[in-house]
Design a protein around this ligand. Structure first.
Ligand code: SF4
Ligand code: SF4
Length: 417
């Protein structure tokens, strides 16, 4: 698709990038069936191809109408379209660019901007978020049903912190909302890695990865957080950590993108590339053979439906690893449908686009329930909480299930004991 950047964009880094990204799209439409919003609304402007056309208009100087903004806002940034595209269009970069241009041409109202900024700050400050969560949990029984469903009861799963120190060490990103919502996840990651002879350290001074701000067009705030984390992660690597590990696939994807996001910052570019190159999803530091060596056996254990977050399968392109690990840990994977479909969580999407998000969750849960699972496993805290709120069966992070299988050997046990 040819685009002629408007005056003001022409000749700039952003204009040239937009032109190069748009050029790859050949209008074939192969991406349309992969797009969750197109599948629900049937409107071409809610499809990747339609949105790319809107972004081309913005690049060429068109005003950002309410219609344009709505269709761009409805995109989940799930990137299912990228995997379906035979021309290699980097849609994720295009939608970020389109949203930036739309926000510049037609700034949102003050209340909208304030609300979005409040979401960025609330969800990216762990202490503030956990304090608000605990207050909500204390009042949970008296809240209206809709709000109550969004606030999970406080978890009673005891985290068993390993005390053994190993020569091999990794630095585990704690995340912002995960420690408050599900402290058992990182505790489970630490226990599993401990079984495999790897100690887990914190990334001292870690801040929010910046994904929330990045996707809500608070680009400067996101880059500030990225720079801060590059400093913190480099210190952890220099202190002996062999990798930066994330148990939240959305955060891991963002950190893996620091190298690109900070490429133009001469003070940070090289170190950001180093951090991105050494960042791993927790599923990338464990092999099925490790679990076999730890004494786990394949078998006919509890039936689990696997929900691959978009940030894991489309963003990080990690496909099949978690399934292999769950099977090696003795779980029985049940068949599901619509495996590439987004669950509708997508950061703040479930708050900002409740109707589309709710419909996607309904479809996803129906697809995950077809094999009558005992539990659903996922790899990202956002998807976990979004599904858990209405799921008829428990929803766990997969690392909790693997930790539980290991703990059952030592009689400690967790969800399936
Ligand atoms: S599949 Fe790729 S090339 Fe074809 S319309 Fe979609 S984005 Fe463009
Ligand atoms: S990122 Fe997801 S919702 Fe957005 S256009 Fe691509 S497939 Fe559709």
């Amino acid at each position: 698709m040819f685009a002629q950047p408007a005056a003001g964009l022409e000749g700039t880094e952003r204009g040239s990038e937009a032109q190069a990204l748009l050029r790859n799209c050949v209008h074939c439409g192969f991406c349309l069936p992969a797009c969750p919003t197109y599948r629900i609304t049937g409107n071409e402007l809610d499809s990747p191809r339609g949105r790319i056309y809107l972004i081309k208009q913005l690049v060429e100087g068109a005003p950002a109408s309410v219609t344009t903004r709505n269709h761009l806002d409805r995109c989940l940034t799930c990137r299912a379209c990228e995997r379906a595209c035979p021309s290699g269009v980097e849609y994720g970069r295009l939608i970020d660019l389109g949203r930036e241009l739309a926000d510049e041409r037609a700034p949102r109202t003050l209340p909208q901007r304030t609300l979005r900024r409040a979401y960025v700050e609330l969800f990216s400050r762990p202490r503030l978020f956990t304090a608000a969560l605990r207050a909500g949990q204390a009042l949970r029984d008296w809240l209206p049903a809709g709000l109550r469903a969004r606030i999970p009861p406080r978890t009673s799963l005891p985290p068993h912190a390993p005390s053994t120190r190993h020569a091999r060490r990794v630095a585990l990103l704690e995340g912002c909302v995960q420690p408050g919502l599900a402290p058992g996840i990182n505790a489970a990651a630490a226990r599993v890695l401990d079984h495999l002879g790897v100690s887990v350290d914190r990334v001292a001074g870690e801040q929010c990865c910046g994904a929330l701000g990045h996707h809500l067009s608070h680009t400067e705030r996101a880059l500030e957080q990225a720079r801060h984390n590059v400093d913190a992660c480099c210190a952890a690597l220099e202190g002996g950590a062999e990798a930066i590990v994330s148990s939240a696939s959305a955060c891991g994807l963002m950190v893996k993108d620091y190298g690109r996001l900070l490429a133009g910052d001469s003070a940070y570019a090289a170190r950001a590339r180093r951090v991105s190159a050494t960042t791993r999803d927790v599923s990338e530091v464990i092999e099925p053979a490790d679990l076999e060596r730890a004494g786990l056996t394949r078998g006919t254990g509890p039936r689990v439906a696997w929900q691959a977050p978009c940030t894991l399968q489309h963003g990080q392109r990690i496909v099949g690893r978690v399934e292999a690990l769950l099977e090696a840990a003795g779980y029985t994977l049940v068949p599901t449908r619509e495996t590439t479909l987004c669950c509708g969580s997508a950061g703040t999407y479930s708050i900002l686009q409740p109707e589309l998000s709710g419909e996607l969750r309904r479809r996803k849960l129906s697809a995950l329930s077809m094999g009558a699972p005992d539990a659903i496993a996922t790899a990202n805290i956002g998807c976990l909480e979004h599904l858990r709120a209405v799921s008829p069966v428990p929803v766990w992070h997969w690392i909790e299930l693997v930790a539980d299988a290991l703990d059952r050997q030592t009689e400690r046990g967790g969800p399936f004991k």
